[in-house]
Each structure stands twice: as structure tokens, then as C-alpha cells.
Design a protein around this ligand. Structure first.
Ligand code: NAD
Length: 363
């Protein structure tokens, strides 16, 4: 039996996320239902476009207007946004147009930002093709681009009209990209649902061989969790901070390594350090870090650093984290598997000495 779409709710309404093997084939039906009469343009990561619509796999029927951009974070810039926008203007796209964004999180953010700003906003449909973009960036409505001073500094909240997430596309995803998404799913279990965490533990084998029905369940449950968290907090004033579990350390590791540690691996390491911190500070019961390590290892995610990093640099980077208050470094720490520790707020300040000591556990 095919399950119905997951419904993601936001401040202005809601949208369906179709998660099923074969969801790519729903594009025509969904555009007819939601975008009838509009002139459509696909904005796609060039590699994914080549793979899924133009060439090898051809699983996505698309013969309409298309704009592509080179894959990678280097394309998530104001320059790409300007080029895509100018192309749309030159081709005469008007306010009655709509965008289909095909690709990973880069595409969702970039094409979503083009849609958010073109003629003051066009509707768009997201077709995420990486695990990370299915279970993370397709929910929450954030779009935007990077600048020389940092990631995601220019952007807008602009939720899609619908999302088509086809687990079959994950079979062609490079191993490292795939594991990045798994780290975020582990985080979702940790912050909100022990039963889901236990399900991931039980299904690590199916996930490692990318079994389609196991993947469909993973994507659905993670989307539900992220959707529940962001529904009341789209603009990040409170509870949304729990999605940042593991990320205070992860962002510091990414920066200090000059982005040689990929995001998913940094999140895995961050979850280990921050689980240890929660235990050490007496916020979580003993055994948390061990359970987290075991699961990450069974998913082939790292629990130890593969390079030397400077602790002062790591602390400096954490000192610039956007969750910080009153000059103190804040973390979204766990109370146990499935629940974030909460005192006066959703995040907890931690002294530098404790952070330095906790960083030792991934050396
Ligand atoms: N908007 C949000 O809420 C949100 C949340 C998390 C992350 N992000 C952003 O997402 C971006 C990272 O997204 P990502 O990890 O999906 O990266 P990505 O979009 O760059 O995709 C990763 C790589 O995989 C390739 N690829 C994509 N789908 C494929 C497929 N099915 N088969 C083979 N190759 C495929 C792409 O060409 C690319 O080289 C970052 O810029 C991050 O800031 C946004």
C-alpha cells in the first residue's frame, strides 16, 4: 500500500511531501494540479539533470524549459542567482511562471531563492535528490545563497508548493553524500524520538544497502520530526535550536578543517562530543555517548577525527555560533535519547574548560 504524502505545515499554510519510490513520475500530475496554466521552468544541478532527465536513467519526464548550473557549493552564490534570474528575464518568464528545483540542498536553496525573489516571488516545487535535501532542507522553507563572509547569509523564507522525494534517486548518490544524510537522521532520532532512533539501530543493515522501503520510512519519519519542530518556529526564535544538536561542534570542525571534513561527518563527530558533554554535565544518563558511537559506527560514520585540529581555533569558531548568548557558548544538549535537555531555554551554556575536555573524545 502506498502511504499518502507527509503534510508539512508552516506559517502561511502547508504542503505535501510525496515520499515513495517512483515519486519522480508524479511530476506531471502534481504540476497539473498545483501549477496549471503557469509557464514552468526547471532549475537543476547539471549532473542531476544529466542523470535523471536528459540521459542515463531518464526516469523523469521533462521536455520544458531548463536552466542548469554546475554542481557544488561554489554555485550557491549571488552570482549564480543573478545569472539564473537574468536568464529568466531574457527568456521572457513573467509573474505567471513557476519553478521546479531538481537536485540536492544546493539546488533547493539556490533555485528556491530565485523563486522567492523573481518578480517578488514565484511558486516552486522541490524535487530533492540527496538524502540530506529530502529529510532536511526540503522542510522549513529556508532558501538562500552564501557570501564570502559565510554560508547562507543572504536568503529568504519561501516554502515550496510541494516536494517529490524519490528514494530511487539515492541509489546513484556518492557514498559520502549518502552518509551525510544519515547523520541528520540519527540527529532527528536523538532530539525527538527514541523509537525512531531504535528503528535506525535495528535497520542499519537495510540503510547501508540503500533498501528502498527502509529509505522511504527513514525519509518520512525524519520529515515528520523536522516538520513538527519548525511548525511553530519557522523564524528560529526558540525550539528550532534543537535541530542544531551536534552542529555547534560540527560547524567548528568544518571551519577549522577548511571544509575538508564533509558536513555529515562533522555532524557525526559533533553528536559524539555533545553526547559526552551532556553526560559529563550530568544532564543525560551514562551510556548515551556509547550508544551514539555504536550507531554511527554501524552506519560507517566517523567517531574519531582523522586529522589534527587546533582546539583554540575550534573554540574561537564555536564562540561565533549564532545560538550564543551573553558571550557564552550554547549547545542544544540531550537529556536522553529522544529528548533535548531544557532548563530556562532550549540551549545550555557550557564553560570552555568542559568543551576542551569533551573534544578529547574524538581524538
Ligand atoms: N535550506 C535548508 O534548510 C538547508 C538545510 C540543510 C542544508 N542546506 C544546504 O544544503 C546544501 C548541501 O546539500 P546537499 O548535501 O544535498 O549537496 P548538493 O546539492 O551539492 O549535492 C551533493 C552532490 O551530489 C550530487 N547529486 C545530487 N543528487 C544526486 C543523485 N541522486 N545521484 C548522484 N549525484 C547526486 C550533486 O551533483 C552534488 O555534487 C548546503 O549548501 C547546505 O547549506 C540547507
Amino acid at each position: 500500500m502506498i502511504a499518502g504524502p507527509v503534510i508539512v505545515t508552516h506559517a502561511l499554510g502547508s504542503y505535501p511531501v510525496y515520499v515513495e519510490p517512483g515519486a519522480l513520475g508524479l511530476l506531471r500530475q502534481v504540476t497539473q494540479e498545483l501549477l496549471s496554466g503557469r509557464r514552468l521552468v526547471m532549475i537543476a544541478d547539471a549532473s542531476v539533470y544529466e542523470l535523471y532527465t536528459a540521459g542515463k536513467l531518464g526516469t523523469m519526464p521533462w521536455r520544458g524549459d531548463t536552466l542548469t548550473f554546475p554542481p557544488g557549493e561554489k554555485s550557491k552564490t549571488r552570482e549564480s542567482w543573478a545569472r539564473l534570474t537574468d536568464d529568466l528575464l531574457n527568456r521572457g518568464f513573467g509573474r505567471d511562471s513557476a519553478v521546479i528545483a531538481l537536485g540536492g540542498g544546493i539546488t533547493g536553496d539556490l533555485a528556491g531563492f530565485v523563486a522567492a525573489t523573481y518578480m517578488r516571488g514565484l511558486p516552486y516545487i522541490q524535487v530533492p535528490t540527496t538524502l540530506l535535501s529530502m529529510l532536511d532542507s526540503s522542510v522549513g522553507g529556508k532558501t538562500g545563497v552564501d557570501t564570502a563572509l559565510g554560508k547562507n547569509l543572504v536568503g529568504s523564507f519561501h516554502p515550496p508548493l510541494a516536494v517529490l522525494a524519490d528514494p530511487r534517486t539515492l541509489t546513484t548518490l556518492p557514498e559520502r553524500e549518502y552518509r551525510s544524510g544519515l547523520a541528520e537522521a540519527v540527529k532527528h532520532g536523538l532530539i525527538a524520538d527514541e523509537a525512531y532512533f531504535a528503528w535506525i539501530e535495528d535497520n542499519a543493515g537495510g540503510l547501508m544497502c540503500r533498501d528502498l522501503s527502509t529509505l522511504a520510512h527513514l525519509v518520512r519519519r525524519s520529515i515528520e520530526i523536522k516538520g513538527e519542530v519548525v511548525v511553530d518556529d519557522e523564524r528560529e526564535s526558540g525550539r528550532r535550536a534543537i535541530l542544531n544538536a551536534g552542529h555547534t561542534v560540527a560547524h567548528a570542525l568544518e571551519q577549522a578543517s577548511g571544509y575538508r571534513i564533509p558536513h555529515g561527518e562533522a555532524v557525526a563527530l559533533g553528536l559524539v562530543v555533545e553526547s559526552h558533554l551532556a553526560e559529563e554535565l550530568g544532564l543525560a544518563p551514562g551510556g548515551l555517548e556509547k550508544r551514539v558511537r555504536l550507531l554511527l559506527t554501524s552506519l560507517s560514520l566517523p567517531t574519531r577525527l582523522s586529522m589534527e585540529l587546533d582546539v583554540t581555533q575550534l573554540l574561537g569558531s564555536m564562540g561565533r555560533d549564532k545560538k550564543n548568548r551573553d558571550g557564552r557558548i550554547h549547545f542544544a544538549l540531550l537529556a536522553r535519547v529522544g529528548e533535548i535537555y531544557r532548563d530556562s531555554g532550549w540551549t545550555t551554556p557550557v564553560a570552555s574548560a568542559s568543551i576542551i575536555s569533551a573534544l578529547q573524545v574524538i581524538r
